[in-house]
Design a protein around this ligand. Structure first.
Ligand SMILES: Cc1ncc(COP(=O)(O)O)c(C=O)c1O
Length: 484
């Protein structure tokens, strides 16, 4: 039943005119839009506790005035073009002549404003976009539908704020079996971004220092900065982290947290070697510094088994491990999880309870069932193969351009969803040109914490989201830059 809230003027008589005036006023204020259907006379009569004939009289009055029309077998609706009111009917609400309310905003995070969204370009080389069309919606549907067919009131209610228990159980089993992570509590989150925000709020006081990769993931930096933290850039080399620099930072700058993307470094895709992982862990342990390990696309590793996360060998419990379903499913699913030592979990859950209690229970429940049945891992095997083919296609296309004399350079990434391509000239110019050709890609400049370090010679080319033919055509458009 369609409900319509009307403000009635008790002084105005007769009653049908009072109701007609209130409906007209609802049209004036935009509460009722052009062509919008009105409740049936019986429904509105029930809501307003009046006789149905009174409503009919009000509707007919408004038809006569030109505000409503009667549509055969459908009832009454607002007209498409409103009448110009004669002085007899002009009773528009009193115009408020003051300027609009002025908000006093707290300091705002400096989120980069982009023009068109990546997916609005015909060719989208955005670094971490999965192929949403390749997600098996038809396979996932029965699991979602099952949750709706057999709803469990206990699960659907408040409480249990770490997340849906079936989802958590499946994640624990999966992490133990596939990523060698044991001895961690699991907290489900609305994607990694929520995790980063909660962690920042719980662990960082204003002025705290967070060491981050100097080329890195700006949304994480935004979360740390929103908590008042100061970011300190860790130097990188072509194959990982500059350990001497990190050692010096940790020894001299009272760092509270290190944020890393060790498996496929964002944005360069380099895998942090084992000896550097071990040194970082020992360093963090010696100086009592926590590590946030953002493992955002773990499954998509092609050349070998992916290295086990730092969190898999964490006897002190100092690694906070983040993972997301944004790449496995699609970013709009807003599901991820934190795997964390039991000593920190209650504080994180408490903070999240203040924000929004817990993430969407239905989606977690459906994913839990999907994982339990094995369909999740089948999907992972299929997509890993698909993305490997796309990586190989992009690599072979780039090699052909090299053989044709184009001066570009890259390493073949062992995994991930992008290639970090050295274009040996101003990458921002190439980005701008590509966008003019309806191709989305991002230049190195977007990923630098310190603009002064920006040589701006690279672009990040995501390959997962496009079919091979699109990759070929998109690249042709990008590289037409060099033939101008
Ligand atoms: C480094 C990194 N972390 C995390 C994410 C995923 O974030 P979310 O789970 O909030 O969608 C991405 C996605 O692009 C990413 O690149």
């Amino acid at each position: 039943m369609r409900t319509l809230s009307l403000t009635l003027d008790a002084q105005l008589k007769p009653q049908f005119l009072r109701i007609a005036r209130a409906i007209r006023s609802a049209i004036h204020t935009g509460q009722l839009k052009a062509k919008e259907p009105l409740p049936s006379a019986r429904q509105l009569a029930g809501q307003l506790q009046v006789n149905r004939h009174t409503i009919m009289a009000a509707y007919q009055e408004l038809v006569a005035q030109g505000w409503l029309e009667s549509v055969e077998r459908k009832g009454y609706r607002v007209v498409d073009h409103f009448p110009i009111e004669s002085s007899r009917h002009a009773q528009a609400p009193v115009a408020v002549s003051r300027a609009k309310f002025q908000w006093q905003l707290a300091p705002q995070p400096a989120i980069a404003k982009t023009g068109k969204a990546a997916h609005e370009y015909q060719y989208n080389f955005a670094g971490g976009h999965p192929d949403i069309a390749a997600f098996p919606f038809h396979e996932f549907k029965p699991f979602m539908s099952d949750c709706l067919s057999r709803p469990d009131p206990k699960t659907l209610s408040y409480g249990n704020n770490s997340g849906n228990s079936q989802f958590i159980e499946q994640i624990m089993t999966y992490l133990r079996r596939v990523r060698s992570i044991t001895n961690k509590d699991i907290i489900s989150v609305n994607g990694s971004q929520e995790a980063l925000y909660i962690i920042s709020r719980v662990l960082l006081q204003p002025g705290a220092k967070v060491a981050v990769e100097s080329l890195g993931y700006r949304p994480a930096w935004n979360a740390f900065e929103t908590a008042g933290a100061e970011l300190v850039a860790i130097k990188q080399h072509a194959g990982g982290i500059d350990m001497d620099h990190l050692t010096e930072l940790i020894s001299s700058r009272s760092i509270s947290l290190i944020y890393l993307t060790p498996l496929h470094q964002y944005p360069t895709t380099v895998t942090l070697p084992v000896h550097e992982r071990n040194r970082i862990y020992r360093l963090a342990a010696a100086h009592n510094v926590a590590i946030v390990e953002d493992d955002y696309d773990h499954e998509f590793h092609y050349s070998s088994q992916p290295l086990a996360p730092l969190a898999a060998d964490d006897p002190l419990g100092l690694v906070i491990y983040l993972s997301t379903f944004s790449k496995i499913m699609f970013p709009g699913c807003r599901i991820g999880f934190i795997a964390v030592d039991a000593s920190l979990a209650p504080a994180l859950i408490n903070y999240r309870s203040v924000m929004n209690h817990k993430p969407n229970v239905l989606m977690q429940e459906a994913i839990g069932r999907w994982m339990q049945e094995g369909a999740f891992e089948r999907h992972l095997r299929r997509t890993t193969k698909l993305y490997q083919q796309r990586r190989d296609h992009l690599v072979s296309e780039l090699q052909q351009y090299q053989q044709g004399g184009l001066d570009i350079d890259f390493s073949i990434p062992a995994g991930g969803m992008a290639i970090w391509l050295d274009v040996k000239r101003d990458a921002s110019e190439l980005e701008q040109y590509s966008q003019s050709q309806d191709v989305y890609l991002l230049a190195e400049a977007h990923f630098h914490l310190k603009p002064e370090n920006n040589r701006n010679r690279h672009v990040r080319l995501g390959f997962a989201g496009m079919k091979p033919a699109q990759i070929t055509e998109g690249l042709a458009r990008v590289f037409s830059f060099f033939n101008r």
